[in-house]
Design a protein around this ligand. Structure first.
Ligand code: 5GP
Length: 247
């Protein structure tokens, strides 16, 4: 497999997102990526790398995702139960590329699935602190809190999310990160908390947006800068269609 920045073909790296990928292949592919990233000093190449990274994410969703009744996509083998850390690094790198023009001082997410993604992404934003909104009351949550109401897409229940006022304030530039965007409830709750804190919202980075649900459209209409790495326009148990993106 050629690993120089000009000659490598991503189709030779299909094993990259495989959980069963042999170590040797994985190592070669990592080398390939590292070399590409070193060589990606100009926007054209960086952008092409971004497109390839996201093609691989789409392939992984098609291969390992399962569509469940009620418009739920199960991706627990790599995103939100078992976590593919190498994939998370590529996701983090891509968020960085998309928000490269922005100053970020904190990443905000919501427990539980957003935490792993946000922590790895932070490493691509200079290790800025990650704050996660808590969904349950806890004795560990002391002092003053920001609160917002969120309806859970997967459970259908309403809960109160909370963030300590110690960890978010007007001096912060906040990037919100989450695994899924469906009806937009979780993001709206997080946006409400950013607004209460007086921080500057940089934007929202989502791994999988279900574009056939209304959350993405509503947030974009509100002028929120929303970067979704994979947008699903339709899905059935046999087919998933992704939106073409121009990033
Ligand atoms: P929303 O608030 O945008 O309606 O839903 C977003 C939240 O619900 C995410 O934090 C995510 O945890 C969960 N979610 C929404 N849709 C899906 C889905 O299709 N699959 C999974 N695994 N989680 C989802």
């Amino acid at each position: 497999m050629p690993i120089d920045g000009a000659g490598g073909s991503i189709h030779q790296c299909r094993g990259f997102f495989s959980t069963n990928c042999p170590l040797a292949v994985e190592k070669t592919v990592n080398l390939y990526y590292n070399q590409r990233n070193i060589l990606s000093g100009w926007p054209g190449r960086d952008r092409r790398n971004g497109e390839r990274r996201m093609e691989l994410l789409e392939e992984r969703i098609r291969r390992d995702g399962h569509v469940k009744p009620g418009n739920v996509l199960k991706v627990d083998s790599f995103l939100n139960h078992q976590m593919d850390v190498q994939l998370f690094h590529e996701i983090g790198r891509e968020f960085r590329r998309r928000f490269q023009d922005q100053q970020v001082t904190k990443i905000l997410t919501i427990e539980a699935s957003g935490i792993g993604i946000a922590v790895v992404a932070s490493q691509h934003f200079g290790n800025v602190p990650v704050v996660f909104a808590k969904k349950t009351q806890s004795k560990n949550l002391d002092g003053e809190l920001y609160h917002a109401k969120v309806t859970s897409f997967t459970r259908g229940t309403v809960f109160d999310i909370q963030v300590s006022k110690k960890f978010l304030g007007p001096q912060d530039h906040v990037l919100i990160i989450d695994d899924f965007l469906a009806r937009g409830q979780a993001l709206m709750g997080l946006l409400d908390i950013v607004r209460q804190s007086g921080a500057t919202l940089v934007g929202c980075g989502i791994v999988i947006e279900k574009g056939f649900q209304e959350g993405g459209r509503k947030l974009r209409e509100q002028g929120v800068r929303l970067e979704s790495l994979a947008i699903i326009d339709s899905m059935t148990d046999t087919e998933i269609h992704f939106r073409k993106q121009d990033n």
